[in-house]
Write a protein that binds this ligand. Structure first.
Ligand SMILES: NC(=O)c1ccc[n+]([C@@H]2O[C@H](COP(=O)([O-])OP(=O)(O)OC[C@H]3O[C@@H](n4cnc5c(N)ncnc54)[C@H](O)[C@@H]3O)[C@@H](O)[C@H]2O)c1
Length: 257
């Protein structure tokens, strides 16, 4: 149980296919105390059920763009736990229009929304996490990114720009909080069949073509991602910060066609 008694805040669970849910399962198995958040009351019933399966200690609604929700969430965490060890940022959103066609289809409003939800919420939520992590002598912040940040992919467009900004934010956050013994990293998994992924036009082609371009010749599963997240959340990675860790069987450096 390498996360025994660590207090972990997990955002971005929609259902059992969510990457954040796989990570939450891994954290729970390793002994962490879980705090789960969900976006919007329509998810309450599902989250209550998943929360029970995971033995979570606190489950709250939190739209990461809503300042009142954030204030309420972090006040509750402070009251109930008196600190925080791990924060998983599993949040991303873009309107369909920002993904379809070419990047010139983007609108100013749609581009800003993708950037605000998919990137700035990491910075905003980390600001709340930092004092709580200081109370525990340090902590680990992690987010989820995708290779569309460094490569131009069909139909990723504004989200690719947001992921590039997200990865840059990871480095600047890591720079700012290193002396507080807080680490900040990003996990970059291969395509997974989730609700967010389904909104990317042509996602299934990308998913199906993935295996032949990897070294490991198989898809990534939830356990693969959870393993790397557990490592980042644990003291095994205590000098690892500012990194983007690919979990993709070698796809990121493959020239296979
Ligand atoms: N599925 C993939 O192929 C893949 C690959 C690499 C990275 N990722 C990244 O993993 C993360 C999780 O996505 P997923 O694929 O598990 O899909 P998902 O749909 O299960 O999760 C996305 C989550 O973002 C949440 N969210 C969106 N806007 C929010 C807001 N304003 N406040 C709070 N929460 C909000 C949604 O409620 C949802 O739970 C995303 O950052 C995604 O870009 C996904």
């Amino acid at each position: 149980m390498i996360l025994k008694d660590k207090i972990a805040l997990i955002t971005g669970i929609t259902n059992e296919n969510s990457i954040a849910y796989h990570i939450a399962k891994g954290f729970s198995r390793e002994g962490a105390k879980l705090i789960l958040t969900y976006q919007g009351s329509r998810l309450k019933e599902t989250l209550d059920k998943l929360s029970e399966n995971l033995n979570a200690e606190l489950t709250m609604e939190c739209d990461a763009t809503n300042d009142d929700h954030l204030h309420h969430l972090f006040t509750e965490i402070d009251k109930k736990f008196g600190g925080l060890d791990i924060f998983l940022h599993g949040i991303a959103f873009a309107n369909k229009n920002e993904l379809a066609g070419g990047i010139t289809n983007s609108t100013s409003e749609g581009f800003k929304l993708a950037m605000d939800v998919s990137c700035f919420t990491l910075i905003k939520m980390s600001k709340y996490c930092i004092p709580l992590m200081e109370k525990r002598g340090g902590g680990s912040i992690m987010t989820l990114t995708y290779i569309g940040s460094v490569r131009a992919l069909p139909a990723y467009n504004a989200m690719g720009c947001a992921k590039a900004a997200l990865e840059s934010s990871v480095r600047y956050l890591a720079y700012e909080v290193g002396e507080k013994n807080i680490r900040v990293n990003a996990l970059s998994p291969a395509p997974m069949r989730t609700v967010a992924a389904r909104s990317i036009p042509g996602f299934l082609d990308m998913y199906n073509n993935f295996v032949k371009n990897t070294f490991m010749k198989r898809h990534v599963d939830g356990e693969d991602i959870a393993g790397s997240a557990i490592y980042l959340g644990s003291d095994l990675s205590k000098m690892v910060t500012g990194m983007v860790i690919y979990i993709d069987g070698g796809f990121h450096c493959s020239a296979l066609m």
